[in-house]
Structures are given as C-alpha cells and as structure tokens.
Design a protein around this ligand. Structure first.
Ligand SMILES: O=C[C@H](O)COP(=O)(O)O
Length: 506
C-alpha cells in the first residue's frame, strides 16, 4: 500500500469469480492483484520496520490524538466505498446481500468502537505512581511490527478486527488478505494511503508460503495475528527463528454444539439451529457444527428441522430471500460429499429430501442422523453445508465429549427448566468460553469477548481485549527527588514528550 504497487505489474494473479449457480455458469474474471514473491515481500517488511523504527518512527511515538485523527480520516473515507466493497463480498465469496452489508457496517462500527475504547484505555492505563522513593509514569504502548492474516469467510471484518486495534495502539502492520476476498480490499487502499504515514499499513498479496513465510523467517515480526486454521498458524509460527518472542493473537477452529434438552421450545430451537448451522452456508468458525438432540424429542425435532432445511432458498448472493449461496472454495462440495458418504457407510441417513444435491459449485445441506463418534463428520470441522445430528440420553455423555474435544469456543443450550439449566451452565462455561442460552452461537456484538479454549483461540479478540493484546505496559521511572520532579514538571509543561504528557485526557 505504501510500497509501490507498480513494481509488481506484470506478475499479476487473476481472481476468478466462482459465484453463480446458473446453468450456464462460467467463471468470470473479476480482477487481478500482484502475485508477489519473497523479495517484494521483504521490501514490504522493511517498510513496516522502518515506520516502527525500533520505536523511533513517527507512528509509535506520535500523540494519541494524532493517531486517532488518522484512524478517523480512514473510516470516513472507507464509508464512501460501501457499495463497491459489498458487491465484491457477494461476487468474491458468495455472501448474501444482507450479510455482506452487515459485514461492512459492523466493520465501520468496530473501528468507531475501537477509537472510543482506545481513548478509555489510554485514560485508564496512564498512571503516575510513587512508591518506595521511585516515581513512575506508566502508559500502554505498541509491540512492534504485526503480521495480520484474515480468513475468507470474513475477509473485511476479521482482517480489520486484527489490523485496526494493532494500528491504533502504535504498531505498524503488514496484512495479507485471504485468497478469496482479496479484491474487496483494493477499493480501500487509497483511503489507507491518504490517512496513514508511509509504511504504517502494508499489504502483501500471494501465497502464504511465498510471501508470509519469508517475512516470518526474518525474525522481525513481533506479533502474529491470524484468524483461520491452526495448520496455517503453526506453519507460520514455525518459520520464526525465535518463537518465544513472538506474541500470538489467534482465532482458530471450533466445533460448537447445540444441545436440545427435552423441554426446549422446539420451534425456537429449530429456527436458531437453522441460522446457527447454515448462515453463510456454515462457513463460520462460530457456526453450530453438531446438534445433540435428546431422545424424548428426537423424532419431532428431526422432522421439523429437516423440513426447514429443505425449504431454504438457494440462489445467487444478490437475489432476495436467498439463504444458501455458492461456495467460494471449488473443492468444498467434493469434501462435503466425502463426509456424507463416510457417514452413510457407517450407518447415518440423510433426513432431508434435498440433502446432498449438487448444483455447480454448491452442495445442498444434508442433515445426517444418527451421527456417531467414528464418523468423519463428527471429528472434523466441516466449515460448510452439512449438519450432523447426534442422539443423547444423558447430558454427562455430552460433557465428557466436550471435555475430550480439541476445541472449546461456544455452546448453544436449549431448554427451560432453571434447575436443570443452572448446573449445566456452570459446567459448560468451564469447557467453552460462551454459552448461548436458547440462541445460536455467534461472535457478536463485537464488543463482547471473542475467544476460545484449547485449539480454538490464543488471546481474545473483542474491541476491548484486542487493544490489550496488541500492546504492552511501558513506563518511565525515576528517583523521587526535587531535581527529577523539576524535570518531569518541565516535560509536562513544555509538551515536548508525547509519552510524558497528559494527551490521554481526550
Ligand atoms: O468465522 C468466525 C466469525 O468470527 C464468526 O462471526 P459471526 O458469528 O458474527 O458470524
């Protein structure tokens, strides 16, 4: 972005749209981005390192109020690009219109919330301490250079959920857009260029192993911030010559269950499970990826749920009322078909009539029942349109499975009896990080903590927590005597230091 894009002309990577379910479907060339190599990626790295300048750069030492002004300028310009970005969200990743609009609007809100929270954080963390003859002025500061990688399912929102807090805290950043959802970043590049000093925000395009790996190998990355899968996170981490000094901020996989207790409101449970399992075709880390149904209500729940799934409208993302849309990953339908075949071989049935029907780059969601622990669809994070339903008689059976699971993000719990719910809630909050009562799992509102246990996350990504994840407490200390007092008073009075200042009182 602050590097010269022209440099990479002639090595462009084409971006094809696969988003169409029409019979005469043909992939359409939407645009192209530079396909960078290791050398170009290293130039970008140098640009980010120079801008941080081992702390001497203009950005990390800048006044808080000036950094906020840059961010405000950026978000104002970003808002003028809404239509363009929303269209690209539909065309590149197949997200339906309401969800694409929501992704854009929620990202704008995330930036405003981050600005407000940053002011509060700076006010709260700035402290003058005087103890045992030592006087200290404490504030929160940046960590250095951050490498941010976002996922294809939220190419705008989740990339920015990493990038924005990292930047406002005074870090410089390099970000790599997801493979699908790369073009939608391009309308925003001018806004970045107009709003931030050179080298503060940097972009890399290309394959992870070709552009992100060499950057990590340099040992100059201080924070790896990634939302995606553990495999990519581990592969990148392993490239760093000194992993111990790398701070990690990771949002990873999950296998969030819905638990339908015998006294659950079935209409509500069905509705919430439809949204939970199939919003954006189940391509959400917070999606419900398995449904546990109690034996007493199994028949009724399965019947209503399967019928509702079949009634969902499949179509192109821009068509009104469409819930199910084409999948951006060309090999996803084959993968899902493999899960269905495996489950059928091991004794499951498809409960809904349309389950497994394929249309170009889509496979209609199959509701699979009864699912058992030997099946791949039980073990793998399907991240797509297929719904395993598992029977239970005894809640302890589910608690044992959750305790053994590699994941620990969220649970949806459906029921009414408070005496049954309360011990369960008390246990579940120690197995996952968010229990959704009579509602499906979700990340939002984005001011709420977004995290997980075990392999689901490292650190917490909410407006509030992300600012802390991308910063460290730093301070200036001195012996409390008359001469030092005088120097400190002068520093405050002359306003020559941005650190020893009262700029935090915004
Ligand atoms: O892919 C994981 C996302 O953070 C899910 O967000 P969401 O629950 O708002 O769809």
């Amino acid at each position: 972005m602050n590097g010269e894009l022209k440099k990479w002309e002639g090595q462009t990577a084409e971006v094809l749209s696969t988003i169409s379910i029409s019979e005469d479907y043909k992939p359409t060339l939407l645009g192209s981005v530079p396909n960078m190599d290791a050398e170009s990626a290293n130039e970008v790295l140098l640009s980010a390192c120079d801008a941080f300048g081992k702390g001497k750069g203009a950005w990390p030492t800048m006044k808080v109020s000036d950094r906020i002004s840059c961010m405000e300028k950026f978000v104002e310009q970003m808002k003028t690009k809404r239509d363009e970005v929303v269209k690209l969200l539909m065309w590149e990743i197949g997200k339906n219109l309401p969800d694409s609009e929501k992704e854009f609007d929620r990202t704008v809100e995330y930036i405003y919330d981050t600005i407000e929270d940053y002011k509060q954080l700076d006010r709260d963390s700035a402290k003058f301490l005087n103890r045992d003859g030592v006087y200290a002025h404490i504030r929160r500061g940046p960590l250095g250079v951050v490498l941010c990688l976002g996922p294809y399912n939220y190419p705008l929102n989740e990339t920015f959920a990493l990038l924005i807090p990292a930047l406002i805290m005074g870090n410089t950043a390099i970000f790599k857009p997801a493979k699908h959802g790369v073009l939608l970043i391009t309308p925003l590049m001018e806004a970045f260029r107009n709003s931030f000093p050179r080298g503060v925000v940097n972009i890399i395009f290309g394959r992870g192993r070709e552009v992100a790996a060499p950057i990590m190998q340099s040992g100059r990355i201080d924070v790896l911030a990634l939302i995606g899968n553990s495999k990519s996170a581990i592969a990148l981490q392993d490239q760093h010559p000194n992993k111990n000094r790398l701070r990690l901020v990771l949002g990873l996989e999950a296998k969030n269950p819905a638990i339908i207790l015998p006294d659950a409101d079935l209409d509500l449970a069905v509705e919430e499970c439809i949204n939970g399992t199939l919003s954006f075709n189940g391509q959400r880390c917070t999606a419900l990826k398995i449904v546990y149904v109690h034996e007493d209500i199994r028949e009724e729940f399965n019947k209503r749920f399967a019928a509702k799934v079949d009634a969902l409208k499949l179509g192109n993302p821009w068509e009104a009322g469409v819930k199910l849309t084409p999948l951006p990953e060309p090999d996803k339908p084959t993968y899902i078909q493999g899960l269905i075949d495996d489950a059928k071989e091991k004794g499951a049935e498809i409960l809904n009539k349309k389950g497994g029907e394929t249309t170009d780059n889509y496979i209609f969601p199959a509701v699979l029942y009864p699912v058992t622990e030997e099946m791949r669809v039980y073990k793998e994070e399907q991240f797509g349109p297929v719904i395993p339903v598992k029977l239970f008689n005894d809640i302890d059976q589910i608690l044992d499975e959750l305790a053994l699971s590699n994941y620990g993000q969220q649970v949806s719990l459906f029921g009414k009896d408070v005496y049954e719910l309360s011990p369960l809630i008390d246990t579940l909050v120690n197995l996952v990080c968010r229990v959704n009562l009579n509602s499906s799992c979700q990340r939002g509102p984005d001011v709420f903590p977004f995290t997980g246990r075990k392999d689901s996350a490292v650190g917490t990504l909410s407006v509030h927590d992300a600012l802390r994840s991308f910063s460290i407490r730093t301070f200036v200390a001195t012996k409390d005597n008359a001469s030092n007092k005088e120097i400190l008073e002068k520093l405050l009075e002359t306003k020559v230091s941005n650190f020893i200042s009262t700029d935090y009182i915004l």
